[in-house]
Design a protein around this ligand. Structure first.
Ligand code: HEM
Length: 439
């Protein structure tokens, strides 16, 4: 299906009149896919679909003991509870505003430097670096050296390359063969991750004093004896947070900035909203975001047109025989939701191809998982636990970028897509950022 799998699957579902449910097989693996909010809700919220199929690549990269791939039993519930209480609870997300502001400041300095040196801004690289330092510091705290942070960035990139590769062994029962050397690369990557993260854990244990620190690793080390994770499990969960939290945020912001460059009228309207709310004597703060409905509508509209996980990234697996609508689905079936197809369906969205943030001013639509017309973070028990943290960064960084710069094209903006684990812009965005004149 390649880099346009979401589009190809959407066209197939339409031409076979199978938007509610389409069934096919990938080698020996039975698959169903929903391109309709009703069946999507049944799949995502139903208890029958609470596992995920795990492939060789993910297992070799140590994700089988992390939240995303653990079967939905007591271990998964334990991890989700720890993550919800310590990594993602609203109090902690708001306590990380200082970190988000620090990363904004660093990105603004980089924008100015790139403009001075090269007269253009390489947006993707800027956002990847910013998002990586945000995740690294919220997971490990500020004590990681620059080289360790950069090494983690390289490992995330390698992990994305590997996980996006189609592995015949996953579907055709030839798992003992190593097509394209993917397994060898996975082994090597797992060893690098293991070495680096183990070193960080050991250093932190030696330092002690976990209580009162605001990083996820310290929270894990401070857990009561009966809740403690083994070292291997801790390592998988920490690596998963960095891996999943970095790219999704950077990819979404790159699409949003591309849209701002393409639609200067929308950019100006958002800037006017920010100016009215914030003025020109200070930077935007988290507490301003609820008063910036148009900015929030821009983020929603970008999530609608360019959902970072158009097939909701990681599929579900039926744990027992069940029904979706009137169709029988046997246990062991891989179930996917084509969120991209739903968010581009003209029977659900008026003028679905147009970028119109106003549609979310006219109608309040939640993006957090309760309304399956737009559920870019999934829904149900396995909904994305990082959505509030991710959105806090996206809103604040976007507001600060728009408050401080006018964004203009340096070359024609190409909206072609490329689906790897996330839906990326095929050509990295390059643009100009001109500091805004203040009266
Ligand atoms: C724009 C940002 C993000 C998007 C669009 C996104 C999207 C998603 C989606 C579609 C799922 C699958 C949900 C389902 O099956 O119903 C998911 C799961 C997950 N996400 Fe996110 N995500 C984002 C940010 C983050 C961040 C910042 C983190 C962590 C730091 C994170 C961690 C996870 C984890 C651990 C899971 C697996 C949950 C489970 O299986 O129980 N995500 N995400």
């Amino acid at each position: 299906m390649g880099v346009h799998a979401h589009r190809n699957l959407a066209s197939m579902a339409t031409s076979f009149l199978a938007t509610r449910l389409m069934a096919f097989s990938l080698g020996n693996t039975p698959v169903i896919i929903s391109s309709h909010p009703d069946t999507a809700k049944e799949i995502l919220s139903g208890s029958s679909f609470s596992d995920r199929p795990i492939n060789d690549t993910a297992r070799l990269m140590m994700f089988d003991r992390a939240i995303g791939f653990s079967p939905s039993g007591p271990y998964w519930r334990h991890l989700r509870r720890i993550a919800t209480n310590y990594m993602f609870c609203p109090k902690r997300v708001s306590s990380l505003e200082g970190l988000r502001q620090k990363v904004s400041d660093q990105m603004v300095v980089r924008v100015c430097k790139q403009m001075a040196d090269a007269k253009v801004v390489a947006v993707r690289e800027l956002l990847q670096k910013g998002s990586l330092s945000h995740m690294v510091e919220s997971v490990f705290g500020g004590s990681l050296g620059n080289s360790q942070g950069e090494e983690l960035g390289l490992m995330v990139k390698e992990g994305y390359d590997l996980i996006a590769k189609f592995n015949l062994g996953d579907y055709f029962g030839v798992g003992f063969l190593d097509f394209y050397g993917v397994k060898r690369r996975c082994h090597k990557l797992a060893m690098r991750v293991n070495d680096l993260v183990s070193q960080v854990i050991e250093e932190r244990k030696r330092e002690g004093g976990f209580i009162g620190r605001n990083d996820f690793l310290s929270f894990l080390l401070a857990l009561p004896e009966e809740d403690q994770l083994s070292k291997t499990d801790m390592l998988s969960v920490l690596w998963e947070m960095i891996f999943r939290g970095t790219d999704t945020v950077a990819v979404l912001l790159e699409w949003i900035i591309a849209r701002m460059v393409l639609h200067p009228d929308i950019q100006a309207k958002a800037q006017q909203e920010i100016d009215t709310c914030v003025g020109d004597q200070r930077h935007v703060r988290d507490s301003d975001i609820p008063n910036l409905p148009y900015l929030q509508a821009i983020v929603k509209e970008a999530l609608r047109l360019h959902p970072p996980g158009p097939l909701l990234s990681w599929a579900r697996l039926t744990v027992h025989d069940c029904h979706v609508g009137k169709f029988f689905v046997p246990a062991g079936t891989t179930a996917m939701v084509n969120m991209w197809a739903i968010t581009h369906d003209p029977s659900i969205w008026k003028d679905p191809w147009a970028f119109k943030p106003e549609r979310f001013i006219d109608e309040e639509i939640s993006i957090m998982g309760s309304d399956l017309r737009l559920a870019p973070f999934g829904s149900g028990r396995r909904v994305c636990p990082g959505r509030v943290l991710g959105l806090a960064a996206v809103h604040l960084w976007l507001a600060r970028f728009l408050h401080q710069f006018n964004w203009a094209p340096a070359q024609p903006v190409d909206l072609s897509e490329c689906l790897r684990l996330s839906l990326e812009m095929k050509k990295p965005l390059v643009c100009r950022a001109i500091p805004r004149a203040r009266s």
